[in-house]
Design a protein around this ligand. Structure first.
Ligand SMILES: [Zn+2]
Length: 133
């Protein structure tokens, strides 16, 4: 997929500020520069799906990856942490939309491994996720 240049639209900004209002726990990323760079790599939301694809590096599974403190982290997890706060140990960040490079916080849900597996199982049966918003 060719990367188009990043344009921050009004809608994009509104979504981000709305998403940020929902966050509760203290953030690990106090570095505003990092946050600005991260969102700078995110493409405009897809008008049909609302998916916000990560336009930076992708790993072999198609997940966006970013470097932070000399470690490589998955972009959707970073997005969840920026918006909702640190993910508690033992919980996973999963996509509602099944789009690996998507970092739209509205498309992510946080649950235990077994909840994620249950959601995946139901999805394969064509049933809605019990964790959708
Ligand atoms: Zn998505």
């Amino acid at each position: 997929m060719p990367h188009k240049g990043y344009r921050q639209t009004t809608e994009h900004r509104a979504r981000l500020s709305a998403a940020r209002k929902g966050r509760k726990s203290p953030l690990r990323y106090t570095n505003e520069q990092f946050e600005a760079e991260f969102w700078g790599k995110v493409l405009d939301p897809d008008p049909k799906t609302g998916c916000m694809l990560f336009g930076g590096a992708l790993d072999s599974h198609g997940y966006g990856v970013v470097s932070k403190d000399r470690t490589t982290r998955k972009a959707h997890i970073v997005s969840a942490e920026l918006n909702f706060g640190l993910i508690p140990k033992g919980l996973e960040v999963c996509h509602q939309c099944d789009t690996q490079p998507c970092v739209n916080p509205y498309h992510l849900f946080i649950g235990t491994h077994s909840e994620n597996m249950l959601a995946l199982f139901l999805k394969k049966q064509g049933m809605p996720s019990p964790f959708s918003a």
